[in-house]
Design a protein around this ligand. Structure first.
Ligand SMILES: O=C(O)c1ccccc1N[C@@H]1O[C@H](COP(=O)(O)O)[C@@H](O)[C@H]1O
Length: 216
């Protein structure tokens, strides 16, 4: 599971200690969870993760330019770049070459037809993420606590391992896992007390709820 949008060393550590597999840092200036590459590097250091990383570090971007990607590579050296904009597979290959990181590609979903977009990503992405499409004109393409009909994913096969995202929280993640058959889940606003303010107790409750649902 992935806990996304961490902005303090305490909550980064809380995610690791709870047993998250991936932690996400948001490099999108319009987000209330945004951290610069320099701040992200300091966060990892403050959380004792500068050298040894017990989890995979993901940097969330939205149509990133080359300068931002170089900053991310130099300062953070993440395991994955999450592409949460309108990037093409060709651009994703460039992102991989510039950063040396793996690629998580987000597919925005409002109906079953949106799932077809996954088919072009079998080469360029390592993982897919299905997140609720945010309304036209929204300030953010993700991180808004919006969900979609999870049942449309049930029984579907995709060329890459995938995350379910969008509106998940400790109270609904068990139902979401059952309804979608998701192999991995991602959460941001569902473990916050206010936009950008993560709560260690909610992070722990989310991880526990996933663990209690998943086969060991
Ligand atoms: O979290 C953000 O601020 C964000 C900004 C820009 C692109 C993506 C963002 N978040 C991603 O969206 C998912 C779902 O969020 P939520 O759980 O519905 O709040 C989140 O996990 C991030 O991967």
């Amino acid at each position: 599971m992935k806990i996304c949008g961490l902005t303090t060393p305490e909550t980064l550590r809380a995610a690791v200690d709870a047993g998250a597999d991936f932690v996400g840092l948001v490099a999108y200036p319009r987000s209330p969870r945004a951290v610069s590459p320099l701040r992200a590097a300091a966060l990892l250091e403050e959380a004792g993760m500068a050298r040894e990383r017990p989890v995979k570090v993901v940097v969330v971007t939205v149509n990133p330019d080359d300068a931002l990607l170089k900053g991310i590579a130099d300062w953070i050296a993440p395991n994955f770049i999450q592409l949460h904009g309108s990037e093409t597979p060709e651009r994703a290959q460039q992102v991989r070459a510039i950063t040396g990181a793996g690629i998580i590609k987000c597919i925005p979903v409002s109906g079953p037809a949106d799932l077809e977009a996954a088919s072009v990503w079998s080469e360029a992405a390592d993982h897919l993420m299905f997140d609720a499409r945010t309304p036209e004109g929204s300030s953010l393409p993700g991180g808004m606590g919006l969900s979609f009909d999870w049942t449309m994913l049930k029984g579907r096969a995709f060329a890459r391992p995938w995350f379910l995202a969008g509106g998940l929280n400790p109270d609904n993640v068990a139902q979401a896992l059952g309804a979608s058959g998701a192999p991995m889940v991602d959460v941001s606003s569902g473990v916050e007390s206010a936009p950008g303010v993560k709560e260690p107790a909610l992070i722990a409750a989310f991880v526990e709820a996933v663990r209690a649902t998943s086969p060991r």
